[in-house]
Design a protein around this ligand. Sequence first.
Ligand SMILES: [Zn+2]
Length: 147
Amino acid sequence: MEGLTDLTLAEGEVIHLRVECTNCHLAPEGTMTLDPTEEIALNGSRGSAHLVFRCKDCRHENSATLVGGINRYLDAQAGSWAPMIELDCRGLEPVGFKPIGTWIAKGADSGTSFTEIDLEEGEWMDYDEKTGEAVSALEFQSKVERC
Ligand SMILES: [Zn+2]
């Protein structure tokens, strides 16, 4: 990441995850979405979660809850791993994250706001008019870690 800071998903966007059922290890194709602003009630008064996934194979109701919000990726972290989200998972394991949707960031020195960042291809480039320099988010990668 060059010339940017505070990279994060734009407000109103949802988190796209690939998940696997920890009971039978079925991993549905494609991604499931998690809306940070919406909790879904679980069956049998077991509370609520941000993502509910009933496994088509073993029929278990699995869920994930976002702990805290979505973090911002800072310029000081450029080139290194930093936690973007933390999930409390029951019966499912996230196996991948897809940067689908609009991202936002600020110019690291200029504070210029960039509100239309697209990371689906893994890279994004623009020009900061206040500094006259190129800004970019390249080689976007993600991984899932147990905590
Ligand atoms: Zn299952």
